[in-house]
Design a protein around this ligand. Structure first.
Ligand SMILES: CC(C)(COP(=O)(O)OP(=O)(O)OC[C@H]1O[C@@H](n2cnc3c(N)ncnc32)[C@H](O)[C@@H]1OP(=O)(O)O)[C@@H](O)C(=O)NCCC(=O)NCCS
Length: 206
């Protein structure tokens, strides 16, 4: 089914699934990354094709936690957690994109919840970090809600068209000690199906 058909279907049944990203998602994810808002938020050079999307995934290695939200098995959102190596094995990089037509309906927050549960409980990461354009208020507001703080501003960090834009680095530092274990118990109870990244249907907010 085309994405437009999937969108109509989503209005009809308001349901989507979350699962691990697979190779077959490259086409749908290219269409998502190519949406105007997604292109605008992208700090990397925008992708030129589905194979460029796949090459980027391949270049990130295989030890990552990459999730997609799907409608009728078509990917409409992507959340990636990219653990570091060696002296940075406690660090994870974050990437989050929601198809333009599905933004503002709670998907970004849901995927953030899954990523943070994965980082805290499955991997025991102490730091999650990301880079975001300073004019991306929607994303910055979402990240702040999940405990990310701005650590620094990079002037002229990347080009968008002919414009040189500034970007923030943001990070969330996990709390240590007993409080974290208590949080872990609560999260495990509420999110065990998300943490295992098994298939499940969710309702979209209207
Ligand atoms: C940033 C993004 C991932 C957020 O996902 P989303 O599904 O739209 O977000 P949600 O609906 O879950 O909203 C979560 C929070 O985002 C913020 N938000 C959502 N819509 C907003 C808007 N129009 N203006 C400002 N903040 C907004 C709010 O803080 C909101 O929380 P609230 O509903 O409690 O107020 C999504 O908009 C997106 O993919 N943008 C384009 C790609 C991008 O910029 N990715 C980030 C690269 S660093």
């Amino acid at each position: 089914m085309s994405l437009a058909g999937s969108v109509r279907s989503s209005v009809a049944d308001s349901a989507f699934e979350i699962r691990r990203r697979e190779k077959r998602d490259a086409d749908a994810l290219f269409r998502m990354f190519d949406q105007p808002q997604c292109r605008q938020g992208m700090v990397l050079e925008p992708f030129s094709s589905a194979s460029a999307v796949q090459a980027w995934f391949d270049s990130n290695g295989s030890d990552n936690y990459e999730t997609v939200a799907t409608i009728n098995d078509t990917a409409i959102a992507f959340a990636g957690l990219f653990p570091g190596r060696g002296s940075q094995s406690h660090v994870g990089g974050l990437s989050l994109f929601v198809h333009d037509q599905f933004q503002g309906r709670g998907l970004g927050a849901l995927l953030m919840t899954a990523i943070i549960a994965t980082a805290d409980l499955l991997l025991g990461l102490r730091r999650i970090q990301l880079t975001v354009f300073c004019d991306n208020e929607r994303a910055i507001s979402l990240y702040r809600k999940f405990g990310f703080e701005i650590e620094g501003r990079h002037s002229g960090f990347a080009r968008r068209g002919h414009q040189l834009l500034d970007a923030f680095t943001m990070a969330r530092i996990a709390a240590g000690g007993p409080a974290r274990r208590l949080d872990a118990e609560l999260l495990t109870r509420d999110l065990s199906d998300l943490i295992s990244l098994s298939r499940r249907r969710f309702r979209l907010a209207s």
